[in-house]
Design a protein around this ligand. Structure first.
Ligand code: SDX
Length: 434
């Protein structure tokens, strides 16, 4: 971060003294105006609901250029990492450490993660308290938060070793917990992790194997899942990452912070959109119904949105959506489902929307969630678990951002202010005077 020679001057039409504020430059992307002295100098706050024009922190992890539709993890384009890069654990190492691992570093990292994939045997009793039809995200919020009760040896956020151990534990145990949530929902026994399988193959094994017969993973499907995890791993200061940072700014332990991130990701405007997008496609049913659906979307009173479309930052095609569509096609091909009606419907809907003025004028393009439901459904993942997979993948991003915040000398507890529009001070009337 460097000081720009240009300063920002805030002047007031009522002749109040102008305020000069420094401008900082990052390595790439928009500059920022440092407004930290604004309230002390003017007695006024900025007003920015939804933080449309607010940088809450400085970060070196993920960069998004919304106009170009560009996504970089530690400077590497997502296209390179997801297609000809290594696997998800390599991306985890990159996000956590800032550089891609050497072969030896990767070997050690994979071994460390692999040897933390089991959860405490008593964790299973938390699942028993849920209804079988509980939404997996409610189970994950509960069980991830509960992890803190088992690891008193790694809760000191000011101890770098504790932070490292917690990071590994969360990345390693999320697949186990997500698979346990699925097994519990279908009444099948939990499947223990296997140390001879890769991260994604192990997840597929814990999800779909049973004690009754050998389970063989399909390498094409494993690679597709691994790519889905890479695409979802991190995404700058999105709502759930900002939630994790805000929770962490109070000194809450990492398990509590990740549980808060999971809760935020659950919303249909955020991580819940993949589940909502698939339900939307199933509701539209056929290409013939697309015009009627599009008309509903354009009718503001309908409250209907084209789920999986639009983004706060991307005003161009989300690069992850392109890669997700390719992955979707590969998986459907592998499974002999290339004529999957929902995939054809999604592509027809995308084509029509991208030629429609309503979407073009608002720069609404497919985002990561538009195709992810179709490919996860083809992989055998139930719709209700889609956001749980998103949380599994995003755990490394949340942890990397949390670690960066904890070690940032500028970090303070997050405490936004407000524009108060309620009742000014008044006296309490006696009840017979109300
Ligand atoms: C994720 O932040 C991240 O990085 C998130 C994420 C990540 O990796 O962490 O990328 C993951 O959350 C992706 C987004 C998934 N959500 C959806 O697909 C839900 C559908 N999308 C919308 O709800 C919406 O696009 C948002 C929430 C994603 C973005 O909303 P914004 O930036 O607040 O934009 P907006 O709601 O102000 O929309 C601008 C206009 C409005 O119309 P007007 O008032 O100008 O007439 O576009 C319209 C909106 O009504 N609009 C849509 C729409 N999205 C925006 N209209 C129909 N369908 C949509 N999907």
């Amino acid at each position: 971060m460097t000081n720009s020679e240009t300063k920002a001057t805030l002047s007031f039409s009522d002749g109040s003294p102008a305020l000069e504020m420094p401008i900082y430059k990052g390595s790439i992307g928009p500059d920022v105006i440092d407004i930290r002295k604004l309230y002390g100098s003017t007695g006024m706050f900025t007003y920015d609901p939804g933080f449309m024009s607010t940088a809450a922190c400085n970060s070196s992890i993920t960069y998004i250029d919304g106009d170009k539709g560009e996504l970089l993890y530690r400077g590497y384009p997502i296209e390179q990492l997801a297609v000809n890069g290594g696997d998800f654990l390599e991306t985890c190492y990159l996000l956590l450490n800032g550089e891609l691992p050497t072969a030896d570093q990767k070997k050690e990292f994979v071994a460390t993660v692999t040897n933390h994939t089991m959860v405490h045997e008593q964790m299973q009793f938390f699942f028993r308290g849920f209804r079988r039809d509980a939404h997996p995200m409610s189970v994950l919020v509960g069980t991830v938060g509960a992890l803190a009760s088992f690891y008193h040896d790694s809760l000191d956020i000011n101890d770098p070793h504790h932070r490292e151990v917690s990071a590994i534990r969360l990345i390693a145990k999320m697949p186990t917990l997500v698979a346990m949530a699925y097994k519990y929902s279908i009444g099948q026994p939990f499947v223990y992790p296997r140390n001879d399988l890769s991260y994604s193959a192990n997840f597929m094994h814990m999800m779909f194997s049973t004690p009754c017969e050998p389970y063989k993973t399909n390498e094409v499907l494993v690679r597709a899942l691994d790519r889905i995890l890479i695409l979802h791993a991190d995404h700058e200061q999105n709502a759930s990452t900002s939630t994790v940072r805000l929770a962490g700014s109070s000194g809450a332990n990492p398990f509590a912070c990740i549980a808060a991130g999971i809760a935020c990701l659950w919303g249909p405007a955020h991580g819940g959109a993949n589940e909502a997008a698939l339900s939307m496609l199933e509701e539209i049913g056929s290409v013939d119904n697309i015009p009627e659906f599009i008309a509903q979307v354009k009718d503001k009173n309908s409250g209907v949105k084209l789920m999986g479309f639009g983004h706060r930052v991307y005003k161009n095609y989300d690069p992850r959506a392109k890669l997700m569509r390719e992955t979707c096609y590969e998986v459907l091909q592998e499974l002999g489902l290339q004529d999957d009606p929902l995939f054809k419907l999604a592509m027809a809907l995308e084509k029509i929307a991208l030629e429609d003025e309503y979407f073009v004028s608002r720069k609404l393009y497919p985002n990561v969630d538009f195709y992810s439901g179709i490919v996860q459904r083809a992989l055998g993942i139930p719709t209700a678990l889609f956001t749980g997979i998103f949380a599994l993948a995003r755990t490394v991003g949340w942890i990397a951002q949390w670690k960066e915040m904890i070690s940032d000398p500028e970090q303070k507890i997050g405490r936004p202010r407000q524009l108060f529009v309620g009742a000014p001070k008044r006296d309490v009337p006696a009840i017979d005077k109300r």
